[in-house]
Design a protein around this ligand. Structure first.
Ligand code: DQA
Length: 157
């Protein structure tokens, strides 16, 4: 039997605080609960999902670089990436996505376009395969479904 294809769910700064952080904006689910929902979505989609979180920009860059290499080697379909505030600041992360060729679905729990102006621009959108924005934490399973559709060799999107 072939090994199951894998997908990453990468969360950036302050997403470890989910559940207690501005619940009016981000909801009351904890990161552990969100990650459990991602693993479950993976079972439904036939994807082996691995979830990681870091508060460090360089660590995200390294994960993206490695994931791009893993995708090129086969086996990894791509990553769901909530880069938090680095979305709005990080040219390094954008370059890592572009340079590694990693298939990324950019995700935001909140609808960033309804919020402060500085959240309206993303350095990552132009190098991402798809975007999921404003569905609350329910966006994570949606983004995994979208990632698996984008990776599938079919026109039935
Ligand atoms: C966020 C939106 C960002 O603007 C913010 O800095 C975050 C979370 C979201 O999921 O809605 O940390 O990416």
């Amino acid at each position: 039997m072939l090994p199951m294809p894998a997908a990453l769910v990468l969360n950036g700064p302050n997403l470890n605080l989910l559940g207690s952080r501005e619940p009016g904006v981000y909801g009351s689910a904890t990161l552990a609960e969100v990650e459990a929902a991602c693993l479950l979505a993976g079972v439904e989609l036939g994807l082996e999902v691995e979830c990681r979180q870091t508060n460090f920009e360089g660590e995200l860059v390294e994960w993206v670089q490695q994931a791009g290499a893993d995708q090129a080697a086969g086996g990894l379909v791509g990553a769901v990436l909530n880069a938090g505030a680095y979305t709005h600041t990080s040219i390094a992360l954008r370059d890592a996505i572009a340079g590694s060729g990693l298939r990324v679905v950019e995700l935001h729990i909140s609808n960033v376009h309804q919020r402060e102006e500085f959240r309206h621009h993303s350095y990552l959108s132009a190098v991402s395969a798809g975007l999921v924005v404003g569905f609350g934490v329910a966006g994570y399973p949606l983004a995994l479904r979208g990632l698996s559709l984008l990776a599938a060799p079919t026109d039935l999107r």
